[in-house]
Design a protein around this ligand. Structure first.
Ligand SMILES: [Zn+2]
Length: 295
């Protein structure tokens, strides 16, 4: 009882003097191939946005709902990140000095399914020189028009992400895949069961960054949600939107199909965060949790 009486005022005193800024991570441990959030809160308005540094990259943080005392950034953990602890540093301006706070996050095994067997036409696994060049060219177009562009505003307007269709998930993100008996990387999105011509909806508000036909993904739509987040919808039979269109959450944007490298018609739904592939449904959940908690 006496201890409590001393400790509480002491804590209040210490927090009053020193703890004007706090940083909080959404996770202590994060699975490889997923994402996590860093939240910064200050008891006074900030003159400029703080930065978060993770794995040698610096990311600008963004206000939550325009409030200049709290900022957030969603950070990707690449699928191939070695499993260990990493520093997460937040730098910010206090008066005219740059200060920093540090925390850490542990990247742990996502325990994805191993050896998912996929059978596709031979020419879609062992590429001819022509197709290799085509795939390479497509990637550089997507990179320059989509992944290297970070639109600073939150285009989602803080509304929750939803699935692009109501349908059974037939293959989860992260499964290690074997194509025609040869181990080839991992599953970069979530597959939804679909026939040819089923309706596909935008998972959130955003801007159509690109619509194109790709070797692996077939017809694909990229939607920019701002702040480095892009969702994309592939193997489509038809796109109902074009580059530059603003789409609302739940808006009908496409019809499912079997274009590109597929075993049959389905929707491959994926998410890129700062040019890194992340588990799209885990990102939805993370984003929705943060928006609910801090908005
Ligand atoms: Zn897929």
């Amino acid at each position: 009882m006496i201890m409590k009486k001393i400790v509480l005022p002491l804590l209040l005193f210490v927090s009053f003097c020193f703890a004007q800024v706090t940083i909080e991570l959404s996770h202590k441990q994060v699975k490889h191939g997923t994402s996590f959030a860093v939240v910064f809160q200050s008891d006074a308005p900030m003159s400029q946005a703080p930065n978060a540094i993770f794995l040698d990259k610096t990311y600008q943080m963004f206000t939550i709902g325009g409030d200049i005392t709290q900022y957030v950034v969603f950070l990707p953990v690449d699928y191939h990140t070695p499993l260990k602890k990493y520093d997460v540093v937040v730098t910010y301006l206090k008066n005219t000095e740059i200060e920093q706070q540090k925390d850490f996050i542990e990247v742990v095994d996502g325990q994805y399914k191993q050896n998912e067997i996929i059978k596709v036409p031979r020419g879609k696994v062992t590429l001819s020189t022509k197709n290799k060049q085509r795939a390479k060219k497509e990637y550089s177009k997507v990179y320059s028009k989509v992944y290297s562009q970070v639109y600073p505003h939150d285009l989602t307007q803080s509304s929750f992400f939803q699935n692009p269709m109501e349908s059974k998930i037939t293959s989860a993100f992260g499964n290690a895949r074997v194509y025609n008996g040869v181990a080839k990387s991992y599953h970069t999105g979530t597959d939804f069961r679909a026939a040819i011509g089923d309706d596909i909806f935008a998972s959130n508000y955003g801007k159509v960054a690109l619509v194109m036909d790709r070797f692996y993904l077939g017809r694909v739509i990229y939607i920019d949600h701002g702040r480095g987040a892009y969702s994309y919808y592939s193997h489509l039979s038809e796109s109902l939107v074009k580059e530059g269109d603003i789409v609302n959450k739940g808006q009908l944007i496409a019809k499912s199909g079997d274009t590109g490298r597929v075993t049959g018609p389905h929707l491959h739904y994926a998410m890129r965060l700062y040019n890194t592939t992340v588990d799209p449904l885990q990102y939805h959940k993370l984003y929705n949790t943060i928006v609910k908690k801090y908005n």
